[in-house]
Design a protein around this ligand. Structure first.
Ligand SMILES: NC(=O)c1ccc[n+]([C@@H]2O[C@H](COP(=O)([O-])OP(=O)(O)OC[C@H]3O[C@@H](n4cnc5c(N)ncnc54)[C@H](OP(=O)(O)O)[C@@H]3O)[C@@H](O)[C@H]2O)c1
Length: 315
């Protein structure tokens, strides 16, 4: 089967002809892949910096949307023909940039009807990251003020929406092209991050006190973000930034993990239209190398998605 990945850690992304998966194990399903998400995190996998459970030669890709074609003997939740999405780590047979994958049935959830394949494929990692940062690291409460730095991106935008849905007062930074979208997601104030005084302006906006908590989604952005947080407040970053020195603010470095209960709820919100994720570009599996380059450069306009050409028509 056709797949895209690398022959060795650090090697270039290329098309691979990999063996078809054997039948599923008792707790696994085989998925006919329609679309697979591409993020700059895939480049960390390519270079060997994130262990996703396989060694090369291997297909990359940690987000999948597709149709179940076979189920293991102990799987009760899915049948062939079911449409699913997921962040199925650790990878079992191959990564998701492939025509078919075998995954733990507990790590995929139903794809809501009406959600396009490309949206479903780009959704799991940013949605889970945003949810885990807000609910577990920052414990954002409904009556609090939250700053999202980098809300123009996929994860930041979903964090704005999820926090607004739980009643928080959300302030965000975004570029001019994304500001309206971030406002529609629920930010009451959107500041242009190109104005370097934005942390001070947020302090002024909060009467000098600073926000209760902040989520940083910009690589290297934690040092700026912490300047807008009140004494005793909370900062979480999803970028691997170091804890900013000398602040009286709690700090969390968030790494996404699969969680099917969370993903089920998030997918339901996506299906109901309470969450949205505009996809920036779709490319065929054969252009995986270009897709990854684009994601690494910064996916202005939305996430990058690979299509296998095997998808049933979009709803
Ligand atoms: N730790 C984890 O588990 C985890 C999970 C997911 C993502 N991440 C990381 O989180 C970061 C964001 O990921 P993503 O997929 O959400 O990103 P993305 O969709 O690629 O976001 C890119 C957007 O960030 C905005 N941006 C760029 N430079 C900025 C700056 N200096 N200040 C404010 N905004 C800026 C731009 O939006 P505008 O349109 O507003 O200019 C750009 O479109 C990446 O570094 C990614 O690797 C980590």
């Amino acid at each position: 089967m056709l797949a895209a990945g690398m022959r060795e850690f650090g090697g270039p992304v290329e098309l691979l002809d990999l063996p078809e998966p054997a039948g599923p194990g008792s707790a696994e399903v085989v998925i006919d892949v329609s679309a697979a998400g591409v993020g700059n995190w895939d480049d960390i996998v390519r270079s060997g910096g994130w262990d996703v459970g396989l060694t090369p030669p291997m297909a990359l890709g940690v987000e999948v949307a597709g149709t179940v074609v076979a189920v293991g003997s102990n799987v009760t939740g899915f049948r062939p023909g079911d449409e699913v999405l997921g962040h199925p780590l650790p990878l079992r047979h191959q990564g998701c940039w492939a025509e078919r994958v075998v995954v733990d049935a507990g790590l995929v959830v139903p794809k809501p009807p009406g959600v396009p394949w490309e949206t479903a494929a780009a959704f799991p990692v940013p949605a889970l990251t945003a949810e885990q940062a807000l609910s577990e690291s920052l414990r954002v409460a409904g009556n609090e003020t939250l700053l999202v730095h980098g809300a123009g991106g996929a994860t930041g935008g979903l964090a704005v929406r999820l926090a607004a849905l739980r009643g928080a007062r959300v302030i965000a930074t975004a570029g001019s092209a994304s500001a309206d979208r971030v406002g529609r997601a629920g930010a009451v104030e959107v500041l242009d991050y190109r104005d370097r005084t934005w942390p001070e302006r947020i302090r002024e906006w909060t009467g000098g006190a600073g926000v209760d908590s902040a989520l940083n989604a910009v690589p290297g952005g934690s040092a700026d973000t912490v300047r807008a947080v009140r004494e005793g407040g909370r900062l979480a970053t999803i970028t691997g930034d170091r804890r900013p020195a000398g602040s009286g603010v709690s700090f969390a470095d968030v790494y996404v993990r699969p969680d099917s209960a969370q993903l089920t709820k998030l997918s339901a919100l996506l299906g109901e239209g309470k969450l949205s994720l505009p996809v920036g570009v779709t490319l065929p599996l054969a252009e995986a190398a270009a897709a990854l380059e684009r994601a690494v450069r910064g996916a202005n306009g939305g996430p990058v998605v690979l299509l296998t050409g095997r998808r049933p028509s979009n709803p």
